[in-house]
Write a protein that binds this ligand. Structure first.
Ligand code: GLU
Length: 501
């Protein structure tokens, strides 16, 4: 076998064995919006794949859709990824000179170079058709019963004279790819297995628009190749773009990366998650504002279309990297389970060290102070917020939980009225106030002892003892433990609220 192989292919084999291609993946956001769940998932899976194998994770900004780009889109996407802990090895802000620039609008010359080469080789051509002419051709085809009209190739064989005439008319050409007729492209998708597409279903499409800006399907190939991208994990919506891209790889004699197209994310009704779906919070910045922790979102997104081998549900970043295996990417749509997200966030909040929880909850303390008039100081509100660490599912939750304590309602329902009307209530309240006035330091323990003492001296216990105090301090019959709350409110406020019953 070795003899048959020949020296040069043998040494190529040895070279490949000794220098396996470096793993390089990219997340290629278009700054036409802010980072949403789908984008974050694409970024995360690429990132984990690279890190698992000691490769590079790159962010390339695909900003060629200039009309749709939004102010601050790039900056916020990079910021939100960093918030999630998805840190690129290369990006517009961290360029590797060998591959820079990392924004497509800064690479226009490169796209021109290869497009000209394709034109010269007869694999692409200049097309001068106007929008109106294209539209007319589409309509004619549809009238003939063609469901998916294609470019009719009327500019494929223009003579130099015809071209000159168009240019003299002031027409600016696009560059179109000339597809190989009847060609089938088959590739092995890392998620779906073998996939085939036939060129007959695709028309000659535009590489470079008349304004000199490339289309996505063209620029992505040039960049992925020149940036040595080895694997591409991206959304299912790009599956049908792949044959278009493969035609260019083929024409330029380049080896394409390996593709993996992740399945859709669907809502409870099984419908594709769309940015307009109001039932699900979509954007990272919204999650941050609501008080979701990046670790929880990271963990949740990890399980959105990927499953570990065992039953583990909570993963740190390091554990996720170690466990990630693209073979376990789901082949069916991934259900966006809000309950699961909330459960995870709850777990991560519960586990926060005290000082981290304090800084995490501070913005919500501020917000509560801004919306609810209260006789509590900032520090007291913060202390109240700390009572809820084990309870909240996300930061903003704390505001609703705190409201009754910040400004207790005196709008009693029937049950509350009945408690306050109990014959024991006045005696219990009086004894409580008396014991309280004697107490030097308020701690959960001393407050518990205080209730015990009232119970012993008055013989009143249970509901008639606790409920009137609870109603006075929170306006509610249920909620935080009195022993935890009273030390936070302090003596003066506790007495004032009880007197205001
Ligand atoms: N800019 C494309 C997008 O945002 C990237 C697609 C790709 O990964 O090839 O969908």
């Amino acid at each position: 076998m070795w003899l048959k192989m020949g020296i040069s292919s043998f040494s190529a084999l040895m070279f490949n064995m000794m220098n396996p291609q470096r793993i390089r993946v990219r997340y290629a956001p278009s700054p036409t919006g802010f980072l949403h769940i789908g984008g974050a998932r694409t970024a995360l899976f690429n990132y984990l794949f690279a890190k698992k194998q000691g490769g590079d994770f790159i962010i390339r900004v695909e900003d060629t859709d200039i009309e749709r780009n939004v102010e601050g889109g790039e900056v916020s996407q990079l910021h939100d990824l960093a918030w999630l802990g998805i840190v690129p090895d290369e990006s517009p802000l961290k360029p590797n000179p060998r591959y820079a620039p990392y924004r497509q609008m800064e690479r226009l010359d490169t796209y021109q170079t290869y497009a000209q080469q394709l034109v010269k080789e007869g694999k692409a051509y200049r097309c001068y058709c106007s929008e109106a002419e294209l539209e007319q051709s589409r309509e004619e085809q549809m009238a003939r019963g063609i469901v998916a009209p294609q470019y009719d190739r009327r500019c494929l064989h223009l003579t130099d004279a015809q071209r000159r005439a168009f240019e003299e008319e002031g027409r600016k050409p696009v560059i179109r790819l000339k597809l190989e007729d009847h060609k089938t492209f088959t590739f092995h998708d890392l998620v779906r297995g073998d996939v085939s597409f036939n060129n007959d279903d695709i028309g000659d499409w535009v590489l470079i628009k008349s304004n000199g800006i490339p289309t996505y399907n063209y620029a992505v190939v040039i960049d992925d190749h020149l940036m040595d991208i080895s694997h591409v994990f991206r959304g299912e919506e790009h599956l049908s773009n792949t044959p278009k891209q493969l035609q260019i790889y083929d024409y330029l004699g380049w080896t394409p990366p390996q593709f993996g197209h992740m399945t859709l994310i669907v809502n409870e009704q099984g419908k594709k998650l769309s940015k307009r779906d109001l039932s699900i919070v979509q954007f990272m910045s919204q999650y941050r504002q609501l008080g979701y922790l990046p670790e929880a979102i990271f963990n949740f997104i990890l399980l959105l279309g990927w499953a570990p081998e065992g039953t583990q549900e909570m993963f740190t970043k390091e554990e996720a990297i170690a466990a990630f295996d693209p073979q376990r990417l789901s082949k069916s749509p991934s259900f966006f389970d809000v309950q699961k997200l909330n459960w995870l966030n709850h777990q991560y909040i519960k586990a926060l060290p005290e000082h981290t929880y304090v800084s995490f909850i501070e913005p919500f303390v501020q917000k509560a102070l801004a919306i609810a008039p209260t006789d509590l100081s900032h520090d007291q509100v913060l202390a109240v917020a700390r009572l809820f660490q084990e309870q909240i599912t996300f930061g903003e939750n704390v505001i609703d939980l705190m409201k009754p304590i910040l400004a207790p309602s005196r709008d009693w329902d029937e049950e509350a009225k009945a408690i306050l009307a109990l014959p024991e209530t006045p005696r219990a309240v009086e004894a409580f106030l008396e014991e309280l006035s004697r107490l030097e330091t308020l701690t959960p323990e001393s407050v518990k002892a205080l209730f015990k003492a009232v119970q012993t001296t008055t013989g009143i216990k249970g509901k008639p003892l606790f409920m009137p105090i609870r109603l006075a301090l929170t306006g509610q019959l249920h909620g935080v433990e009195m022993a935890a709350l009273i030390p936070v409110l302090g003596k003066t406020l506790t007495i004032a609220r009880i007197n205001a019953l």
